[in-house]
Design a protein around this ligand. Structure first.
Ligand code: FAD
Length: 394
């Protein structure tokens, strides 16, 4: 494994860096006004970055490999978990899932427009009664008049109230197996959505509830083979988790940068606080965790790329899935710890949302919950060691 940044990767990262710098003042303003930042999508879209890991055959697809994409997401993560969540939901959970499971017709119909940012994507698995246990979801479909008719509700969906196109999971009506995935357009009859208010953090990211009231979906919009919905969902979560992990590395980097900057200028007891050894301890711990998280993410991205090159290999899939779970679990917790430490380094100024540490603390907390809670990932990682005979439930 060689993780030195290549010339090609540098060009991509420079471009991502330019967009991130352009977004920052808008994000600052939106954060303090607690409103969705609707400039994130257009900014990345205009820079042709919304199709970074998508094949060049589709619209603005750039064909970047998984490691390059992870490095780009790390850079985006420095801008905040809200900014990064938009990209993760649209690209990792949305587009990559269409690219992997979609028919040629579906890919040709949707990816050119999503990669240009003309259509925003969301991924609707969670329901009011089904979170960690997605197999218990209640949304159902039946077939009528040459269409699928979907009924149910999806909640806590990133980009949920703004998405033009959502991947929705449902069981055949009256059944508890044979889950299917569907590509559902916002304009479909019976589709409506509204934002979730009063979140603890992520004010600049849209999180919504989607209502499907006898929602009409054309026959050609089933995504992946009939009955393989859970496989579609789990493969999407692999991509999504990796992007969460990479974004958390960016958060840790930003926390470290802020801690170093502030420790150099804030003077107490006659010297910069960076000269006090207990403040140095915070810097040392954040810096060590940053390297550990970054290497876990790069290794997981490398293994995912190997799996993408050899998608029939169950061994490759399991190896990538396990390392991604470890990377996400570690990076999420390390980012929360880093945010907590940098708030401490800032003292009272750390307690103000005017400054980045407090925002990271409130925002990165979600990474211990979405796309596999800590507890679910702890079990998944343990099973990777103990073996499937130790499965508590199936
Ligand atoms: C801001 C935000 C954005 C989100 N975006 C999306 C999205 O885009 N798409 C989407 O589909 N979902 C999304 N989610 C939902 C998210 O994936 C779920 O919240 C998550 O899967 C956990 O489900 P839950 O909230 O229902 O918690 P629950 O499943 O009810 O879990 C509650 C607690 O019980 C624990 N627990 C549950 N089962 C077990 C078990 N077997 N063993 C041990 N502990 C257990 C959990 O770890 C947790 O601590 C989002 C959530 C948030 C907050």
């Amino acid at each position: 494994m060689d993780f030195g940044v290549s010339e090609e990767q540098s060009l991509v990262l420079d471009q991502v860096d330019r967009v991130c710098k352009g977004i920052r003042p808008i994000e600052d303003k939106c954060y303090l006004q607690r409103r969705f930042n609707d400039r994130v999508g257009p900014a990345f879209g205009q820079a042709h970055l919304l199709g970074l890991p998508i094949s060049k055959s589709f619209g603005d697809g750039q064909g970047a490999d998984t490691v390059t994409y992870a490095l780009a997401i790390e850079r985006i993560g420095r801008e905040g978990t809200g900014v990064r969540t938009f990209v993760s939901a649209h690209v990792s959970l949305g587009e990559l899932t269409v690219q992997k499971w979609g028919s040629e017709e579906q890919k040709g119909r949707y990816l050119p427009r999503t990669t240009k940012g003309e259509k925003v994507m969301a991924f609707g698995l969670t329901e009011p009664g089904a979170g960690s246990d997605p197999a218990s979801l209640k949304t159902s479909f039946e077939e009528s008049g040459g269409k699928f008719i979907l009924s149910g509700q999806k909640t806590w969906i990133s980009n949920g109230s703004i998405a033009d196109l959502a991947i929705i999971f449902a069981y055949p009506r009256g059944k508890r197996d044979g889950m299917c995935a569907f590509l559902v357009e916002r304009e479909s009859a019976g589709f409506s959505a509204k934002p979730i208010e009063n979140k603890m953090g992520l004010p600049t990211s849209d999180t919504g509830t989607i209502y499907l009231e006898k929602c009409e979906v054309p026959k050609e919009n089933m995504l992946g083979p009939r009955g393989k919905g859970l496989s579609v969902a789990y493969s999407a979560l692999m991509s999504g988790r990796l992007s969460v992990a990479a974004g958390c590395v960016g958060v840790i980097q930003d926390c470290l940068d802020e801690a170093v900057r502030y420790a150099g200028v804030r003077v107490q007891h006659g010297k910069p606080i960076g000269k006090h050894q207990l403040v140095q301890r915070h810097v040392g711990i954040i810096s060590t965790n940053l390297e550990a998280a970054r290497w876990l993410v790069l290794r997981a991205a490398f293994l995912k790329e190997k799996y993408e090159e050899n998608p029939r290999s169950e061994q490759s899939r399991e190896a990538a899935d396990l390392e991604i779970a470890k990377a996400k679990y570690f990076a999420a917790n390390a980012s929360f710890d880093a945010a907590n430490r940098v708030v401490q380094v800032f003292g009272a100024n750390g307690y103000s949302l005017e400054n980045r540490p407090a925002r990271h603390l409130l925002d990165t907390r979600v990474t211990k919950i979405y796309e596999g809670t800590d507890e679910i990932l702890e079990q998944k990682i343990a099973l990777g060691v103990l073996g499937k005979d130790f499965e508590a439930y199936s």
